[in-house]
Design a protein around this ligand. Structure first.
Ligand code: NDP
Length: 332
């Protein structure tokens, strides 16, 4: 059977030369193993990241080994009671026509429920990705405005439809008029911005903003970089951003990361707050702080300037760091 291995690491964008097609013999099964005949391979952006050795959320693809990737297929030989011949399964089976597996990471799929290919898409990893980011992070509510980037893609397309099903106003972002037409007419988005018509994040922001007169409540970001920069200023207070992907970073190796790429890579929760929004928590906070102060485990650091006339210098001094702890002015 045939398989594809990564032959060399890309310098810049990957090219077909980085891959090698090989023909290998069908292996003999050991106890507990199954042989899967792959029907469909899933092709995903993370593979681009894995070909390089840069920072990512997963280890690099080793050279000379079968390209990683999910596939859906049918069990054609089995020495594993859990997975008899004829079962259909999804797993990390790689870019190959046949794959040996010990069954551990295989997920059985019902091809009566949906065609085999759907188990890699809407009912597969990309569908669940859209579901997680939209329902668990974007938390869409009827009447709110949701923006989705890479809206014509696998994840984005499902994200658009989930937000529409919740009754949101949905603005897609995609490359080209053909994709925008698809996002609106087939997926049901209210508007779609062709980002290729916009030179920078400010122009893109204006275009998205023109379709979001009440601002943006949730952004499902598949792109990172300049697109995230363009949408951020449109966000309403207490909005949510699902940092799902950074395809704009995958074009070059090593990957060029931005500061906010690390928010995604390390799954950080960064949440802005203004203390005055939380007056309901002030009594609890003050009680806890008072207890700590009175028990001697909280230090009340203060820098005290003398006289009303010292106030301007004390204020300006915050910028040069003259204070230690809380800066105060003691009035005579
Ligand atoms: P898609 O089906 O969306 O395919 C990628 C699309 O990205 C392309 O069709 C292209 O659409 C767009 N694109 C490519 N380069 C750029 C660029 N420089 N700027 C803007 N858009 C670009 O892929 P998936 O649905 O599989 O993945 C979407 C995103 O979700 C990816 O970033 C992926 O890494 C991420 N992901 C994250 C997961 C997670 O667990 N967090 C899991 C799965 C995916 P266009 O023509 O519109 O530019």
């Amino acid at each position: 059977y045939h398989r594809i291995v990564l032959d060399s690491r890309p310098a810049g964008r990957p090219t077909a030369d980085n891959f090698r097609l090989e023909e290998v013999a069908v292996p003999t099964l050991e106890d507990g193993e199954v042989l899967v005949r792959n029907h469909y391979l899933s092709i995903d952006p993370y593979m681009l990241g894995r070909m390089s050795t840069g920072v990512s959320y997963a280890p690099s693809q080793p050279l000379g080994e079968v390209m990683i990737g999910e596939a859906v297929g049918e069990i054609v030989q089995s020495r594993n009671k859990e997975f008899p011949v004829g079962d259909h399964v999804v797993g990390q089976l790689g870019w190959q026509e046949m794959a040996l597996s010990d069954g551990q990471a295989l997920r059985r799929v019902d091809i009566g429920a949906a065609p085999m290919s759907a188990h890699l898409g809407v009912l597969g990893m990309t569908g669940v990705t859209a579901w997680y980011g939209m329902t668990q992070i974007c938390s869409p509510v009827a009447g709110s405005t949701v923006v989705v980037s890479a809206a014509a893609g696998a994840v984005g397309g499902v994200a658009v439809q989930l937000a529409k099903a919740k009754g949101c106003r949905v603005v897609g972002i995609a490359g080209g008029s053909r994709k925008c037409k698809y996002v609106m007419e087939s997926l049901g988005a209210d508007a779609c911005v062709d980002y290729k018509k916009h030179a920078d994040s400010a122009a893109l922001g204006r275009a998205v903003g023109s379709h979001a007169p009440d601002g943006v409540d949730a952004y499902f970001d598949n792109v990172n970089g300049w697109m995230l920069d363009g949408v951020l200023p449109l966000m309403n207070r207490f909005g949510r951003i699902a940092l799902c992907g950074m395809i704009s970073r995958y074009g070059d190796t090593p990957m060029q990361l931005s500061a906010h790429s690390y928010l995604l890579i390390s799954r950080l929760r960064a949440e802005g707050f203004i203390v005055w929004d939380h007056l309901d928590l002030w009594p609890q906070a003050l009680q806890e702080l008072t207890d700590l102060l009175q028990s001697g485990s909280l230090r009340s650091g203060e820098s005290i300037a003398e006289g009303i006339e010292a106030a301007p210098a004390a204020c300006i001094g915050l910028l040069s760091g003259e204070n230690l702890g809380k800066q105060l002015v003691k009035l005579n």
